[in-house]
Design a binder for this molecule. Structure first.
Ligand SMILES: Nc1ncnc2c1ncn2[C@@H]1O[C@H](COP(=O)(O)OP(=O)(O)OP(=O)(O)O)[C@@H](O)[C@H]1O
Ligand SMILES: [Mg+2]
Length: 284
């Protein structure tokens, strides 16, 4: 699923807001100027969730500071996506609580809470009947964020530029690779101007250069916008690149939570499983 297209163009340097910023492109600045996050803290306490006999979350405790970028690591099937779906209000817990900026999550009306929470879904979850640009702009139109359609188009273009997909504005999602779809989903989440942004495997299926672009985007959102971010990933390099703190989810609980160095030095087997290179070579 690795993407072949536009890599050279997008891999022009380092240090701007995503692909657009790297090229010093004005469009990146449009979105950067537009993003005004009111970063919120997240407090998860004693969260439990079962599906039938399958006890997935057995008491998750996690406290995230406003403006912090937290990476969640964990084996496949351990409940990372389930945890994110609880935070965004799509899943109701059996027990425990989640506070976002001190407010309980609205399970009956996801998206209607006081704080804007956006999520880049693992599956991308785009509308197949809408063009890429219409997918990205849907929230702005539905919420009548701007009176002027031209402003919507400007923000949408800027967001797509940042994820390196300006040339795909008018195409349908069905013709995109999985990695491209996730980048569209990232642009769609950005234009919502979220206070809290959740990423579920944002770099799965991306080549190393585009992975770096997404990593730089997450860093920019942290450093320039001070957005609170939770990033679920299997990519250890990305985790150590962007995280203020890393949480390891295992057997339904957070078994370690701290700065990258703490995770790197942690002796627990379930933590080291993630840190140790799979093929026995030393990671740089
Ligand atoms: N809606 C659901 N109904 C029943 N079981 C579910 C549902 N959603 C998730 N599960 C189960 O919950 C467990 C955790 O799933 P989840 O998708 O959160 O894993 P994950 O950690 O995100 O894995 P991956 O790294 O592969 O994405 C799995 O056993 C899964 O089968
Ligand atoms: Mg998942």
């Amino acid at each position: 699923m690795a993407e072949q297209e536009g890599i050279r163009r997008e891999n022009g340097g380092n240090g701007g807001l995503g692909a657009a910023g790297r090229e010093g492109n004005h469009a990146g600045n449009v979105l950067l100027g537009y993003l005004k996050s009111a970063p919120v803290g997240v407090n998860i306490s004693g969260l439990t969730k079962s599906f039938g006999q399958n006890r997935v979350l057995k008491g998750v405790d996690l406290g995230i500071e406003p403006g912090e970028t937290v990476v969640i690591l964990g084996k496949s099937g351990t409940g990372k996506s389930v945890l994110l779906r609880h935070i965004i209000g799509l899943e109701r817990p059996d027990g425990g609580s989640i506070l976002i900026g001190g407010e309980p999550v609205e399970y009956d009306a996801p998206g209607k809470g006081e704080h804007v929470v956006a999520m880049v879904f693992q599956s991308s979850a785009l509308f197949n009947s809408l063009t890429v640009a219409d997918n990205v702009g849907l929230y702005l139109k539905e919420h009548k964020v701007f009176k002027d359609d031209g402003k919507v188009r400007q923000i949408v273009s800027s967001a797509l530029e940042i994820v390196g997909l300006s040339e795909k504005e008018d195409v349908m999602p069905s013709v995109l690779s999985g990695g491209m779809k996730r980048r569209v989903a990232t642009a769609r989440a950005l234009v919502m101007n979220p206070d809290l942004l959740l990423f579920d495997e944002p770099t799965a299926g991306l080549d190393p250069m585009m992975t770096r672009t997404i990593g730089d985007l997450i860093l920019d959102l942290k450093q320039k916008v001070e957005m609170t971010q939770i990033v679920v990933t299997h990519d250890i390099d990305l985790a150590f690149y962007v995280a203020d703190r890393i949480a390891v989810l295992s057997e339904g609980r957070i078994i370690e939570f701290g700065p990258p160095e703490q995770i790197r030095d942690c002796a627990k087997h379930a933590v080291q499983e993630f840190i140790t290179p799979q093929f026995g070579e030393n990671r740089r």
